[in-house]
Design a binder for this molecule. Structure first.
Ligand code: HEC
Length: 111
């Protein structure tokens, strides 16, 4: 192999590796933005179930959250949890972090 074609091959390999890397990064970013619903389930049990029942169904102090995504989309759910109307308590920025809110919002969207 001439040294010139070796350089070209190495360049192509670097490009391919770069693309694969970018794809992986894109997936990670969108997951972070949408929240992690399975982690959100734990946040929900610890902070929300007391009023919204363990499954988010009717019967608690708070309203049923079933089919919540028909009332609020993901961004609206995040906004509500960060700044709810009373009597729902404001749990952000403490005890819930921004990641907790994103994760629990993703969970609520799945109910
Ligand atoms: C102390 C009781 C209480 C706790 C704890 C609580 N909520 Fe609520 N929540 C309420 C009440 C009451 C409402 C209705 C408020 C209203 O609409 O005036 C409500 C409303 C909501 C709504 C809006 C429902 C709709 O009609 O669109 C969402 C979403 C929600 N809660 C999610 C959560 C999540 C997620 C948590 C945990 C991080 C949580 N709540 C913790 C009492 C509570």
């Amino acid at each position: 192999m001439s040294s010139r074609s070796f350089v070209l091959l190495a360049f192509a390999a670097a490009l391919a590796a770069g693309c694969a890397h970018n794809t992986a990064q894109t997936i990670t970013t969108s997951r972070a933005t949408l929240g992690n619903g399975s982690r959100g389930a734990e946040v929900f049990r610890a902070n929300c179930a007391v009023c919204h029942t363990a499954s988010g169904a009717a019967g608690g102090v708070g309203p049923s959250l079933e089919h919540e995504k028909q009332r609020k989309n993901y961004d609206q759910t995040v906004a509500w949890i960060e700044s709810p109307d009373p009597p729902m308590p404001k749990l952000y920025p403490a005890p819930l972090t921004e990641k907790d809110v994103e994760d629990v919002a993703a969970y609520v969207q799945s109910l």
